[in-house]
Design a protein around this ligand. Structure first.
Ligand SMILES: C[S@@+](CC[C@H](N)C(=O)[O-])C[C@H]1O[C@@H](n2cnc3c(N)ncnc32)[C@H](O)[C@@H]1O
Length: 290
């Protein structure tokens, strides 16, 4: 289903405790549960956005207590996304992107980054959270030459996704696609087979396609990241940080581009390499299908 309602003028405010019951009810009518924390909104809080409610901020702050630099880490993750999209557009000639687990719009969004390299780029955004759907119009404003679409769907259902007319009318699946899964796979539990789900997505794409993904890891500071996972669990959210080998498996059969799976801060940094590449607890990588 593709929809583009725009409620961005009606979003939660800085202090959502001031939201009236009528405003909260309005979000709830659109399927947004404002009473429990949600990954998209907690992440939005860390990035300094305004699309979050008190339970999201409470969880964001609880995690921040365990990892005081969590907001910087969220920004480092976003910065990786920017560098990866530019790399795919410049070095691999990718002109169409499928951004899975898009999140609440945060400029620069994928289409803005890609269009700056190559006007005419096509982008399909996918998320399964109603609050992202409510803000989808902000993702669908591209330059006249380009084209973006939003699909409210579950990335775990590759077959349905690739049959969606909104996707097939925007992307040419005979041509290489840049598949983005930035900070989303940690929301899929091992029992739900994230590796099998990603394999189904990989298999649907033609040669020359690329994957860029990031995922939080316990490898750099197991204690701190353990507390993050615990805080998420306590709030009813699945959050599975993954070790290096489990992250490499997401790229199975595709060729990792240099430097391979690396701390996001160390993946092709702009300018000087960071003093401590492991200061952001995320692995990131890009691979190509030969
Ligand atoms: C932490 S946010 C990351 C947003 C963005 N990719 C970024 O890094 O800035 C994760 C997003 O993935 C979405 N998501 C989680 N599980 C999903 C699924 N199975 N299918 C589609 N989207 C999903 C959430 O709703 C949320 O918006």
């Amino acid at each position: 289903m593709t929809t583009s309602q725009d409620f961005s003028q009606q979003g939660p405010q800085d202090d959502a405790t001031e939201l009236s019951q009528a405003e909260l009810s309005q979000w709830e009518r659109f399927g947004v549960d404002t009473t429990t924390p949600h990954s998209a909104r907690v992440y939005d809080y860390w990035l300094g956005g305004k699309t979050n409610f008190p339970p999201d901020r409470a969880m964001g702050q609880a995690i921040e207590q365990a990892v005081p630099s969590i907001k910087e880490m969220a920004k480092a993750n976003r910065a990786f996304q920017g560098r990866a999209v530019r790399h795919l557009a410049r070095e691999h000639g990718i002109r169409q992107f499928l951004d899975l687990g898009t999140g609440i719009p945060t400029s620069p969004n994928t289409h803005e980054i890609a269009e700056a390299v190559s006007p005419g780029t096509r982008v399909v955004y996918v998320d399964n959270d109603p609050i992202v759907l409510a803000h989808a119009r902000a993702l669908m404003v591209s330059s006249p030459a380009s084209r973006t679409t939003y699909i409210h769907a579950d990335l775990r259902k590759a077959e349905e996704l690739f049959a969606d007319p909104a996707l097939t009318s925007t992307l040419d699946l005979t041509q290489p696609v840049g598949l983005l899964m930035i900070a989303v796979l940690m929301l899929i539990a091992d029992e739900d087979d994230p590796w099998g789900r990603v394999a189904a997505l990989r298999d649907a794409l033609p040669a020359g396609s690329c994957i860029a993904l990031t995922t939080p890891t316990p490898d750099f500071d197991p204690e701190a990241v353990g507390k993050v996972a615990e805080a998420a669990r306590a709030g009813g959210m699945t959050l599975v940080p993954r070790g290096y080998d489990d992250v490499v498996r997401f790229f199975d059969g595709w060729e990792l581009v240099e430097p391979g799976v690396a701390p996001v801060l160390a993946w092709r940094p702009d300018g000087e390499p960071p003093a401590d590449p492991k200061a952001a607890y995320y692995w990131g990588g890009v691979a190509i299908k030969r």
